[in-house]
Write a protein that binds this ligand. Structure first.
Ligand SMILES: [Zn+2]
Length: 457
């Protein structure tokens, strides 16, 4: 089976593929605003019809929110579950767009041709790279590439409320060997990447209380404990001088990077001086024995996000406050368990509390990190296919943030996700004048054809 004929078909089909993407981009599928519910349903129906025309057994399936599009194609070999989302972010502020966000067009820019419109990149353009790769494959071979299930969500931009229940209710139907996710980007403008790890999060609020009322520091200053002093002491002792977090056991479940991945990261063209300079900083403040990329992608952190207590308004008030509070968040990696970290934090705070003080700790958010098991040969096959298409090495990368769907695929379906995307930092997703480079769309289709070829060989 030659891949070249499929790639030629993709090249020849680019104008029609772009027109089909425009049809999808014209549908105003803004998931967060109930006024666009009918548009979301329309986008789901449009996609179900496209998949059906390609030979998928496909339908838009009702959920308590917007529909889920599911399509199955028989075939043999590795069962792949492709995920994308057809909903988009609101377009406000509308006056900052230089064209109607739902009237897509190709524009010439100094950096090449771009497809302009809401969803051009996130995620309609990206998900269509996969569907169009399937179309070219079908045109050449008469069948779809292997055993495929497609799952297209309509609520990703509004918190995915229906996704976990849908995955649970349809776990048998959605069983597969690997998930393909197309909702990420290139590392820089040219280098392909496979995102291999996303950090998790544990967000907490802590309130330290002392006296049963606010006091006057002239009357009580000295004998009365000050909760702000207690809180700031607790917080400041959570990091040592080398930027490490001091909670006992905090690093127990943190895995070291595989050597080959570390070597890839060292080769990446990441300029940390410029990264910091862009926000008025110069010196990396995290763990001193780690590179800035590791700090952001593969190492856990703790940050105080807010702190309050006493009087901080205009003028001055010599108050000795009854309480002080802070909000903090950990970014978690590897196998770190948010419950274990929270217990360690509670134990640490309890050990630091002086007489007459209490601490109240509440958890706001907890989600584990998502780390893919790279021992599946699919990852290396995909990496080679991407390098072939882009003519540059493809790297495994991390992400400081999280993509909740990837954690759900892991926890509910037990599946790893191959996260491949062709977006660029300049795409302005979620902002006015969103674009997708024609090159991303074109080479994205070709990349999927190569990956599907490699995984089915
Ligand atoms: Zn997205």
């Amino acid at each position: 089976m030659s891949i070249e004929t499929v790639l030629d078909k993709i090249d020849a089909n680019l104008p029609e593929a772009t027109e089909r993407l425009f049809d999808l981009l014209r549908i105003k599928s803004i998931s967060t605003d109930p006024a666009y519910a009918a548009d979301c349903a329309k986008a789901a129906d449009w996609l179900a019809a496209e998949l059906s025309a390609l030979g998928f057994d496909a339908a838009a399936r009702a959920t308590p929110g917007h529909p889920m599009v599911v399509g199955h194609a028989g075939g043999s070999g590795r069962h792949l579950l492709f995920y994308g989302h057809y909903d988009v972010q609101p377009v406000d502020p509308l006056d900052l767009w230089h064209r109607d966000p739902f009237d897509p067009a190709i524009e010439d820019t100094p950096k090449g041709k771009v497809i302009r419109g809401r969803g051009a990149s996130d995620d309609k353009g990206q998900l269509m790279t996969f569907i169009e790769a399937c179309r070219a494959w079908k045109a050449v071979h008469g069948t779809l590439p292997g055993r495929l299930t497609v799952l297209l969500e309509g609520e990703e931009e509004s918190g995915s409320p229906s996704l976990a229940p849908f995955l649970k209710d349809h776990a048998d139907e959605l069983a597969a060997d690997l998930v393909l996710v197309c909702d990420t980007g290139l590392f820089d403008d040219r280098s392909p990447a496979i995102e291999m790890m996303l950090r998790g999060i544990l967000a907490l609020e802590i309130v330290i209380r002392g006296a049963d009322r606010d006091l006057h520091s002239g009357l009580y200053g000295g004998p009365a404990i000050n909760p702000i002093r207690v809180l700031t002491r607790i917080l400041s002792d959570l990091h040592d001088d080398d930027g490490r977090i001091t909670l006992p056991g905090f690093y127990d479940d943190v895995d070291e990077l595989p050597d080959d991945v570390r070597a890839q990261w060292q080769r990446l063209n990441f300029n940390h001086e410029r990264f910091l300079e862009a926000v008025g900083l110069s010196v990396p403040a995290g763990e001193q024995d780690r590179t800035p990329l590791e700090m952001v992608w593969s190492r856990p952190t703790l940050d105080v996000n807010g702190i309050a207590g006493g009087y901080a308004g205009a003028g001055f008030k010599t108050v000795l406050p009854a309480e002080a509070r802070a909000k903090l968040s950990f970014r978690l990696v590897s196998r770190q368990d948010s419950r274990k970290i929270e217990e360690a934090f509670r134990a640490y705070v309890a050990s630091q509390l002086p007489a007459d003080c209490t601490a109240e700790i509440t958890t706001a958010v907890a989600a584990p990190a998502a780390v893919n098991d790279l021992s599946d040969p699919a990852f290396e096959l995909a990496r080679a296919a991407l390098a072939e298409e882009w003519q540059l090495p493809a790297s495994y990368t991390g992400s400081g943030g999280s993509i909740p769907v990837v954690s759900l695929f892991k926890s509910i379906l037990g599946l790893d996700s191959l996260m491949v995307g062709f977006g660029r930092n300049s795409d302005q997703i979620h902002s006015p004048n969103e674009k997708y480079d024609v090159e991303s769309f074109h080479k994205g289709m070709r990349s999927w054809a190569r990956i599907l070829h490699a995984l089915n060989a």
